[in-house]
Design a protein around this ligand. Structure first.
Ligand code: GLC
Length: 801
């Protein structure tokens, strides 16, 4: 079955079959105001926080056929009655003559044709204004004039998204709607919870006169609520009831009448869904988007934003699938993931107080450094402000209140209340940021450490924050001299009794120290550089003394000192994530580095990607934790957890194995799954978090698309390591590690304001190593392209061999 295709010139994925195996979504706006829309027109919108200020009610657990959050009806007068159409397919489910849903950068556009009508709808959030615009155009393709009504509908939720589901008395008693009539038949239909009637007022309005409206779901569906979204009772009558709800399940429905639409004629209405304090403060902005010229400009500005966003890295390689991801879809996903962390998706529902994750967001920042370093810095500063004075970090924080939490560790009173890895990620992120931008002033910024609301806060420079991070781990070692696990490390689902040690944390600490050594050398502080070099050396010794299992590295020691992830282990014998990280930290050298990655390849690789562990746990074990709640082959229990695959790509490039690095890249590339959707099921235009592994009967099934560390790391693996354009303090290092079969590649990389036009030739068909490098025609020794001053464009020619 075909579900769609990539339209590369338009940077869109075009869904042509509305009945995809799961909902396929797109994001509009940002966490400041926005959410996601699915390909059947449903969507969830929130402002600043999906938990504490949610606007539309979207329930992912509903059957795909349901109306969910928003929809649109188009009806045509026929004799005494009406014929109903749904341009989004849902909720009427009538096949259109032609139907397309174009998933674009920051917008989605539907084009549907029914008997005698062509309808086009574009939904987006303007780059500089907080509202969802739905730009609806209806063309009469028949030979007769037609009377057409357009009826956009939103279903509201209580602003407290969780209360909506836990209190079915308080919530409906507080929900109200009012209609504000304006000149020329215009209308602003508001909706709010009573306590926020003067502060947080949702509204639906448009640029055309509104013939009638509805705000109560039961009245819209009809028949005491026994009517259906598929065939709502209200749409059988000439007009809606103009009812202003005093309680209950609130919706916003507007009826816009296009009377006497002539053959060939197109009419247009643009709806706005937003939130305001009151109309007086919002009026001007509403009027702004009642001008279609301004709507067109907003869409053009959005396109310009994305063009600028993607410009810093554009590549042309022998692999069109890699080009497709690196040039468009991967950086887009990295940006979306940075904006939303793991807070709001089809899978992570933004209910309750999860917030942004320290570990996740630290990694996400790395994925936007070439494109939006300023936004990365903004988020890094927030993250640093949730670092504890002890050096470790709050696991999550709520973006609206900046309140931190200790994550899932709250659920287990006897377990550590910090995660052994969180604080270490920001060390890497900050150093990568400095290498990308050269913005060393950032190190001097004063940023407070975290304290509970109202308590006095200690403050320190960014550099002090980084030193406290490694300092915490330096002082938090277990009986084998390895860093303690805390509640968990990167693998959230192995939660061992206090006292357990983690080899992952050891490697992450090592990688952080390596970066700090380089940084302090660059800053000219030899004493600090030597100190951290010595810390690195001593951890390297501990790791090599106690954690080598013969063919790979152990993963943990439990609180009793027993190894986990050993060939002698009764259950899982090999965990992947600490193998590539031993190469990244530099702790694994020579034979051990090669051997551990060969073991990964031999035991963990599948045609759908590298799985996280082998063999899987076969039953629930509360002493191990969440990993054992999954059946074999799912998620952290032997599933293909894609976040970790790029780490193996990077390790392969560090070991000089370009064929393997590319194999790992290609086998998880979602765009190559376009012809295998029956198996994979989810969007082919973004990476997933997980694919079921080969110990699961549904091997190859993907889930948890969009918000995943896979985005940031695969992007980094591709541009920094496979294509080898690696930012460094003194220039751009060019150290590609590519498949031997490649003849070379071309790339454009904007680095510190200069556009480097890079040509790499590979006449000898090697994977790694430069024979010559020339910069603007001058030969340069080594592989560092020095910083160019006063130039806009620099031509680089590298010959491998
Ligand atoms: C999820 C979490 C991430 C964690 C990973 C592995 O992706 O968001 O923080 O590292 O699972 O458990």
């Amino acid at each position: 079955m075909d579900y769609g295709f990539f339209d590369n010139p338009n940077k869109e994925y075009v869904i042509t079959n509305p009945k995809t195996p799961t909902k396929w979504i797109n994001y509009i706006g940002t966490l400041a105001f926005g959410g996601f829309v699915d390909h059947n027109g449903g969507g969830v919108i929130c402002k600043q926080d999906p938990y504490l200020n949610r606007i539309t009610k979207y329930i992912p657990q509903l059957p795909s056929s349901s109306m969910n959050g928003e929809t649109l009806y188009v009806r045509v007068k026929q004799g005494q009655g009406y014929r109903l159409h749904a341009p989004f397919f849902s909720p009427i489910l009538e096949p259109a003559e032609k139907w397309e849903c174009r998933v674009g950068l920051g917008y989605t556009r539907w084009q549907a044709r029914f008997a005698g009508l062509a309808v086009e709808v574009t939904v987006f959030v303007p780059f500089d204004s907080q509202r969802v615009l739905r730009d609806i155009r209806v063309t009469n393709t028949s030979a007769q004039a037609q009377d057409v009504d357009v009826i956009p509908v939103v279903e509201y939720t209580h602003f407290d998204a969780l209360k909506q589901f836990t209190n079915a008395d308080w919530v409906p008693q507080t929900m109200q709607s009012r209609a504000i009539k304006q000149d020329g038949g215009r209308l602003v239909l508001t909706q709010y919870a009573f306590m926020h009637k003067d502060s947080m007022v949702n509204y639906l309005t448009c640029d055309q006169p509104v013939a009638s409206f509805e705000s109560d779901r039961q009245k819209f569906l009809g028949d005491n609520g026994y009517g259906t979204w598929q065939d709502p009772g209200a749409l059988k009558a000439a007009g809606l009831s103009n009812y202003e709800a005093n309680r209950g399940d609130n919706i916003g429905a507007l009826l816009i009448a296009f009377k006497g639409l002539k053959p060939g004629e197109t009419r247009r209405v643009v709806t706005q869904l937003g939130q305001m304090k009151d109309l007086a403060s919002e009026k001007a902005e509403i009027e702004r988007f009642r001008s279609t010229a301004n709507v067109d400009k907003a869409l053009a500005d959005l396109a310009k934003f994305w063009e600028g966003y993607l410009a810093p890295i554009q590549v042309e390689t022998p692999s069109p699938d890699l080009d497709n991801m690196v040039n468009v879809h991967n950086p887009r996903q990295s940006y979306i993931t940075k904006n939303w962390s793991r807070y709001l998706s089809l899978y992570q529902l933004g209910l309750g107080d999860r917030g942004l994750g320290f570990r996740d967001s630290s990694q996400d920042c790395m994925g936007i450094l070439p494109n939006k370093p300023g936004e990365a810095r903004e988020l890094m500063e927030k993250l640093l402000s949730t670092q504890n004075p002890s050096g470790n970090a709050m696991h999550q924080f709520n973006p609206l209140t900046m309140e931190g939490s200790t994550g899932d560790s709250r659920e287990m009173a006897d377990r550590p209340k910090y995660y052994g890895d969180d604080h270490l990620w920001i060390v890497l992120t900050t150093c990568y940021y400095l290498k990308e931008t050269g913005d060393f002033d950032f190190l001097k910024w004063q940023v407070p450490f975290y304290a509970k609301k109202g308590a006095a806060r200690e403050s320190g420079t960014v550099l002090e924050h980084l030193e406290r991070a490694v300092g915490f781990t330096h002082g938090d070692l277990g009986q084998h001299g390895l860093p303690l696990l805390g509640f968990a490390d990167w693998n959230d689902t192995i939660n061992l009794r206090a006292g357990a040690e983690s080899l992952f944390n050891a490697n992450l600490y090592g990688a952080g120290l390596k970066e700090l050594v380089e940084l302090f050398r660059h800053l000219g502080d030899a004493a600090k550089a030597d100190q951290y070099q010595q810390w690195w050396q001593s951890m390297k010794k501990s790791v090599n003394d106690v954690a080598w299992d013969g063919e790979w590295w152990l993963r943990y020691f439990d609180a009793d000192g027993r190894p986990m992830g050993s060939h002698a282990s009764p259950t899982t014998k090999l965990f992947m994530e600490c193998q590539p990280w031993s190469v990244l930290s530099g702790f694994a050298e020579g034979e051990r580095a090669r051997q551990c990655m060969d073991s990964v390849h031999a035991k963990l690789n599948t045609r759908n990607g590298l799985k996280l562990s082998w063999p899987s746990f076969t039953q629930y074990d509360p002493n191990v934790g969440g990993a054992t709640t999954y059946p074999p082959g799912a998620k952290e229990n032997g599933g293909i957890f894609l976040h970790t695959n790029p780490w193996c790509m990077i390790a392969a490039t560090l070991l000089g194995n370009g064929d393997r690095a590319y194999q790992y890249y290609d086998q998880i590339n979602p765009s190559t799954r376009n012809g295998r959707i029956e198996e994979y099921e989810i969007e082919p235009y973004v990476y997933a978090q997980n694919i079921l592994g080969d110990e699961h009967p549904q091997f190859g099934l993907g889930r948890n698309s969009w918000l995943s560390g896979t985005a940031t790391w695969t992007y980094q693996a591709a541009h920094k390591y496979i294509l080898g354009m690696l930012p460094d303090y003194d220039g751009l290092r060019l150290d590609p590690c590519i498949p031997k079969a490649w003849n070379g590649f071309k790339a454009k990389r904007v680095f510190r304001g200069v556009e480097y036009r890079i040509t790499v030739q590979n006449p000898g068909h090697v994977s790694k190593g430069l024979k010559s490098l020339s910069v603007d025609g001058k030969a340069v020794a080594g592989n560092l392209i020095p910083l160019a001053s006063g130039k806009k464009v620099v031509e680089v020619l590298a010959v491998m061999g």
